[in-house]
Write a protein that binds this ligand. Structure first.
Ligand code: ADP
Length: 180
């Protein structure tokens, strides 16, 4: 059984094997948790993202696929952050709920867990993907996140610990209420 924890804090300081970044599909870097992770990891992370983006674009057809399409996940090293890797996933932008946002958000959690499993990581920390600049209603996003990980974890027996890292009080209270 995987232990699921909820904490309030900064994901760059959490002691786990791999942290998940709420990135954008271009892996271009941004504000919010993405900015915090890039600042803490140092310039090596930016270089790694540029390299992945270039490789993906080179291998793609016409039109070239994005480096990390919404709902998918890619792995980089962690550079100056004290963990073993960083999984970058692109959450959906909230458009009112009619554009597949819930499935895409669930895919972010599921694909990040599959990538962590494939890489042999035993512990993972997630931010509240899409609930910042991307505008996803926090209550809906929290319910999707918890459901997605509960459905996926049984097929990831090597992942022993999962931490939901909530930056703001509202998300923290929501997750606490759902997880109990
Ligand atoms: P998105 O574009 O997916 O909405 P944001 O980074 O804007 O991404 O926000 C996602 C969530 O990450 C928000 O709930 C925000 O409060 C939170 N966040 C911001 N900085 C950090 C951090 N250092 N650690 C954990 N979560 C953070």
């Amino acid at each position: 059984m995987t232990v699921i924890e909820v904490i309030q804090g900064d994901i760059t300081a959490v002691n786990v094997d791999v942290i998940v970044n709420a990135a954008n599909s271009a892996l271009a870097g941004g504000g919010g948790v993405d900015g915090a992770i890039h600042r803490a990891a140092g310039p090596g992370l930016h270089e790694a993202c540029v390299k992945i983006a270039a490789e993906k674009r080179k291998g793609a057809g016409t039109p070239p696929s994005e480096p990390c399409p919404t709902g998918e996940a890619v792995l980089t090293g962690a550079f100056n952050i004290r963990c073993k890797g960083i999984i970058h996933t692109a959450g959906p932008v909230w458009h009112g709920g009619g554009r597949g946002e819930s499935d895409l958000l669930a895919s972010c959690y599921r694909n990040s867990l599959f990538l962590a499993r494939q890489s042999g990581f035993a512990s993972i920390a997630f931010p509240n993907i899409s609930t910042g600049v991307y505008g996803y209603p926090k209550d809906l996003a929290a319910a999707i996140a918890v459901k997605a990980v509960r459905e996926t974890l049984p097929s990831c027996p090597g992942i022993r610990r999962l931490v939901f890292v909530c930056f703001d009080r509202e998300n923290y209270e929501l997750y606490k209420k759902i997880i109990g």
